[in-house]
Design a protein around this ligand. Structure first.
Ligand code: IPE
Ligand code: IPE
Ligand code: MG
Length: 236
């Protein structure tokens, strides 16, 4: 599979709901954590491929606020994996000139994880080829409520509030809305991801479980996006 019409009309921002790690492992009679471990491979391949294709922003939904309600053992495994991976992937980010950002309530994460994230964000901050945004302890409703709380505190802004100003209070401030949202694992739902930001996004659903998602699948999703007619409520 190759990219249709080369690099024209590549989405500037792709957001991915990386789903299906647990089921992938179960199909292989392995522990769920084995699925998460193998999901890291797909993250690396997707990040490198997106950067290569000229995507400017890639948001990966890695851990939702609701995911804290999973068994302690799975959470612990996931957090340890996150701590290890962030550190290990800094050279890849540097090589591909990718800067790292996070959205979500990262204060909920273990301190070690927060520190590694801070270090990776600081080390990569001048990279300008692509921005990788990790959604961690993220919930879109939480984000919207937090924005409202900040606005309530800032009385001087009340009479000026409009969509533009409101969006500046979200954790995605300065990040353009995603043109394309991909979800793997065959589920057709949003699961509290970027509710405000996806108002006019295109959706692509892949039946593959996340650990099987590869470069070819990303190109397939982008080619599908390229064929869409986006109307934004207009006629032409
Ligand atoms: C996605 O895979 C990763 C996270 C949510 C952390 P899941 O863990 O949701 O895997 P399934 O959907 O149960 O197969
Ligand atoms: C969405 O997947 C969150 C992430 C991919 C991090 P979930 O597996 O948590 O979503 P549901 O429970 O299927 O809606
Ligand atoms: Mg899932």
């Amino acid at each position: 599979m190759s990219l249709n019409q080369k690099k024209e009309n590549i989405p500037s921002h792709i957001a991915i709901i990386m789903d299906g790690n647990g089921r992938w492992a179960k199909q292989k009679s392995k522990m769920r954590l084995y699925g998460h471990l193998n999901g890291v491979k797909s993250v690396r391949e997707t990040v490198e491929c997106a950067a290569e294709l000229g995507v400017n922003f890639l948001t990966l939904y890695a851990f939702s606020k609701e995911n804290w309600d999973r068994p302690k053992k799975e959470i612990k495994g996931l957090m340890n994996l996150l701590i290890k991976t962030i550190k290990k992937e800094i050279p890849t980010l540097m090589k591909n000139k990718i800067s790292l950002k996070t959205i979500g309530n990262t204060q909920d994460l273990p301190l070690k994880c927060q520190n590694n994230l801070k270090e990776a964000i600081e080390t990569t901050k001048d990279n300008n080829h692509m921005t990788l945004i990790l959604a961690l302890s993220y919930s879109s409703r939480w984000e919207i409520v937090e924005a409202v709380k900040k606005i309530i505190k800032n009385k001087s802004i009340h009479s000026k509030i409009n969509e533009q100003i409101f969006s500046e209070y979200l954790t995605t401030n300065k990040i353009p809305d995603p043109e394309l949202v991909i979800r793997t694992s065959g589920e057709h739902r949003i699961s509290n991801f970027l509710l405000w930001q996806i108002a006019y996004s295109e959706f692509y659903f892949s039946r593959k479980m996340w650990p099987d998602f590869n470069k070819q699948d990303l190109i397939r999703a982008i080619n599908s996006y390229k064929k869409r007619k986006r109307r934004f409520g207009k006629i032409k």
